[in-house]
Each structure stands twice: as structure tokens, then as C-alpha cells.
Design a protein around this ligand. Structure first.
Ligand code: F6P
Length: 468
């Protein structure tokens, strides 16, 4: 496994020693058994500058930290990954910044990841590279180790070529990805956007979702497949968490702490401009203004977990969201009744499960989102068949889950207001019918299945362990 982050958080303990703790996440939960069985290694960044650490064992996996300097974090992670690629791949909701120094840092860091993976992989091994931070790794790794079977999964959208071609290094990125044998995307639309980019920007012949790579001195000819593998969550885990008596008690306590309103609405997002938080709050504020909802009887809880706080666009977003929340609360809140409960924190899964149970309406209003796993967590937590999911059309989840959720276009504020009101007043029978439908889709389709189906296709690629 090669991913930007390791599945652990590092901290310095009381004696000044470096310590680490497992960070919970669907991806690692799904891959842990596979990794343990295969004697696997996970190559990734520790999340802190200049942190050098020897590879170490954690729950049967070898974790291999890649060291990044403060300058590299600025150029590769905050710069190229999150201020160039992230906005470009999310429909240029924020303007992408193109800096040649950031590109240089991206290349350098991708090369380091490729070298670390090459040093760990056994002959003929399967290597799975993740996400937009590491798009050059497949080609770099293949050059170092032509014997490997290499898969790549893009967790975020892949943009239409008309936007992608803004990128000065577009061809290098496409060629980087084509180092893989299998390239997975969240939606069929992302896979076709990629194949269109291959056709527009390279001479490689394509047929449907298969791209033919000619042979050269170092590597023989081969085929690359681009296809959709929609990701999921550890559904069982969320379902079980939400059935626990203490979590159900906590959900009741949350509602009581909110003043036992008739309707609790919930938004849970990383504080990111792709999530449509401002659009949601604008719609909510207008509903209060129009008198279609009352702060005394309806409450919005907005969890906005801190993210990428050194990137300017994220700092601006935080300002905007906080001013907006302050304005709505100033206008419509009363003593004992905030209109919006805004929480700039992240919470452990157990508290999230309680929040999901406490919420009558879940608002997912992303302007563009690769999948949106919060929507799936909400569904997995609602074995009581309560709750209504309002879901943006611009999420990968909408492609999979329609027609169960109430779909919204977050740019259409009036349309979104009508849907929010409809969600708040939905007939309980209709609620149950929709949630039953949604659970049928989500519960059988967990992250373990996702990784099995990706790895199933990847391991079916003929072994190349005779190539050195
Ligand atoms: O959705 C893409 C992604 O990189 C996820 O893998 C990750 O959980 C999230 O964004 C947060 O990213 P970061 O590593 O920048 O905090």
C-alpha cells in the first residue's frame, strides 16, 4: 500500500519520545486483514515535518514512514496536491494555482514514495497506490520495478478534459497514472473523463476502458484498464456502534442538550470549500428569515472538522463560514436556543454514530465530492429506519444511491430550501421506505468488498516476476 498518510498518528510522549497511535479509518480496516495475510507494508507520510522513523510493525503490518521536510510539505502537500490538483479536480470551485516550484516538489516527493515502495515490495508483488497526491508513483515505480503489478485508486473526482487540460503538466500526470495496470475511480464518469484525457493528450490507442501501452527498451507492451470501483465504509461497524445502548443514550442526551427541538438537522464535513457548507447555511438562514422554520423548534448542528489549515482558500472559507454562522445566530438565536450549533472539531466514530442517530435530517450539500462517506455512515447508523438524507447531485454517492435520498442542486438555493423543508416534514412511512431502500444498497456493499473487487481485478493481471 502506498498512500499519502500512514494509518497512524504520531505524537511526542511525556518523556519526549516519539509515540504513535492507530488512526481509525475505513481504508485501513478493510485492508488490514489482506495486509496481514500478505505480509504487507504500508508506505506513507507521518503527517509531521522532518519526522524520520524506521519502519515498524503495527497490528501485523509493516509501516514505512516517508520523511518530508517543511518545504516539501508546503510545495507537495499544501501546494501542488491541495492548491493545484484539489481545486482543479473539483470543478475549479476555487481557482487552482499553478507554480513550477510546487510541481518540482510533487515530482521529488512522488519519486521518494516510489523508491520506498520499490524497496519493500517482493518480486512480482502487488502494489496499490492511492490518490491524487501520488499520481506519478505508478510510472516511477514501474521504471524501478517492472516485475510488479501496480494498481492506482483515485479517491477524488477526475475532471473533464476541458478543465484538466489547464494543468501545465497534464500529460506527465496522465503518463504517471498509466504506469499502473489498473486505475480505479469512484464513478463511471470519472473513468471516462480519464480515458478522454488519454485520447486527447497521448497517442496510446484506447478501446472502451482499455488503454494499450506500447513496449519500450525497459518494459514490454501491456494493457491498462480504467474502471469504476465506488468506495464504501465499514458498514457493519457503524451499524453495530449505533445499536449500542450507550450510543443510543448519548443520542438522546445530545437532543436534550440541544433543548429537545422537534427537528435536528446535521451537517458533517471537513471544513472544505467543496462541501457546500456556505450554500447550506445560506439556505438555512433564509428559511429562518422566511419563517418556514423556527429556531425554537429546529436546530442545525454543523460539525466542520479542521483541515489543511495552512492553505489560503481554507483559511478564507473558515472566515466566511464563521461570519455567516455568527450572523444567523445573532439574528435568530435566543437564550437557550442557538439557530446553528457550529463545532470546529473532529469526533471519534462513537460520537459520530450518536450524532447520526440524533439527527432527523442529514444535509450533504457538496458542490463536488468524489463519493462522500458521511452519507453512507448516516445510512449505516440508521437501523431504526429513522432520518432523512438530503444529498447533493454532485457526489459520487448520488450516482449510487438515487432515488433513496432527497437529491439537491446546492447552487439552487430556493430548490434546496424546499427540499430541506420537505425533509423536515416527511411522513414517517415515507421516511422508513426510503431508509430501508438506502440500507439495502449500502449495507451489503462495504469497504472490504470494495478492496476485494479492486484487488481481484488487479491480481488477475498476468504475473511479471520474470521481468527484473
Ligand atoms: O478525499 C481525499 C482525502 O485525501 C482523503 O483520503 C482524506 O481523508 C481527506 O482527503 C483529508 O485529507 P488530508 O490528508 O489532506 O487531511
Amino acid at each position: 500500500m502506498v498512500a499519502n498518510r500512514l494509518p497512524v498518528d504520531f505524537a511526542v510522549d511525556d518523556e519526549g519520545n516519539l509515540d504513535w497511535q492507530r488512526s481509525p479509518g475505513g481504508l485501513v480496516t478493510a485492508l488490514e486483514p489482506v495486509m496481514q495475510q500478505a505480509d504487507g507494508a504500508w508506505v506513507g507520510w507521518s503527517g509531521a515535518p522532518d519526522l524520520a522513523h524506521e519502519p515498524f510493525e503495527a497490528d501485523g503490518m509493516l509501516l514505512v514512514p516517508v520523511t518530508l521536510s517543511a518545504d516539501e510539505i508546503e510545495g507537495y502537500y499544501e501546494g501542488f496536491a491541495n492548491d493545484t490538483l484539489w481545486p482543479l479536480y473539483h470543478d475549479v470551485i476555487a481557482p487552482p494555482t499553478y507554480h513550477r516550484q510546487w510541481w518540482d516538489a510533487y515530482k521529488r516527493v512522488n519519486q521518494r514514495f516510489a523508491e520506498a515502495a520499490a524497496a519493500q515490495a517482493a518480486r512480482g508483488a502487488v502494489v496499490w497506490v492511492h490518490d491524487y497526491q501520488l499520481q506519478l508513483v505508478p510510472k516511477m515505480l514501474r521504471e524501478l520495478r517492472p516485475d510488479l503489478r501496480i494498481g492506482f485508486f483515485d479517491h477524488i473526482p477526475f475532471p473533464p478534459v476541458e478543465l484538466f487540460q489547464q494543468l501545465p503538466w497534464r500529460k506527465r500526470i496522465v503518463e504517471g497514472l498509466l504506469g499502473a495496470d489498473l486505475i480505479g475511480f469512484q464513478r463511471g464518469g470519472d473513468a471516462s473523463n480519464f480515458v478522454r484525457a488519454v485520447r486527447r493528450l497521448t497517442d496510446h490507442p484506447t478501446r472502451g476502458s482499455v488503454i494499450s501501452m506500447g513496449s519500450d527498451d525497459a518494459t514490454p507492451g501491456r494493457r491498462v484498464r480504467a474502471a469504476a470501483f465506488p468506495i464504501s465504509i465499514d458498514t457493519q461497524h457503524f451499524d453495530e456502534l449505533a445499536r449500542k445502548p450507550e450510543v443510543q443514550a448519548r443520542a438522546k442526551e445530545i437532543r436534550a442538550d440541544l433543548g429537545d427541538p422537534d427537528v435536528v438537522m446535521l451537517g458533517v464535513d471537513r471544513l472544505d470549500y467543496t462541501k457546500g457548507i456556505r450554500h447550506r447555511i445560506k439556505a438555512y438562514g433564509e428559511l429562518l428569515q422566511d419563517g418556514r422554520i423556527e429556531a425554537a423548534t429546529t436546530t442545525l448542528v454543523q460539525v466542520a472538522s479542521p483541515s489543511r489549515e495552512n492553505v489560503g482558500a481554507y483559511q478564507e472559507l473558515r472566515e466566511h463560514v464563521e461570519v455567516l454562522v455568527g450572523r444567523v445566530n445573532g439574528e435568530f438565536g435566543e437564550i437557550g436556543h442557538s439557530a446553528i450549533h457550529y463545532l470546529h472539531h473532529s469526533y471519534p466514530p462513537v460520537e459520530m454514530a450518536a450524532l447520526y442517530l440524533a439527527a432527523d435530517v442529514m444535509l450533504v450539500t457538496s458542490l463536488r465530492d468524489g463519493m462522500n462517506l458521511v452519507a453512507k455512515e448516516y445510512i449505516a447508523a440508521r437501523s431504526d429506519l429513522g432520518g432523512v438524507l438530503v444529498l447533493s447531485e454532485f457526489t459520487g454517492a448520488a450516482d449510487q444511491l438515487a432515488p433513496g435520498p432527497l437529491l439537491v442542486n446546492p447552487h439552487d438555493i430556493d430548490g434546496m430550501k424546499d427540499i430541506i423543508v420537505a425533509a423536515a416534514h416527511m411522513d414517517p412511512k415515507e421516511k422508513r421506505r426510503r431508509m430501508r431502500n438506502l440500507r439495502r444498497k449500502v449495507m451489503g456493499d462495504d469497504v472490504a468488498k470494495w478492496s476485494q473487487s479492486f484487488l481481484g481485478v488487479l491480481t488477475a493481471v498476468p504475473a511479471r516476476d520474470s521481468y527484473v
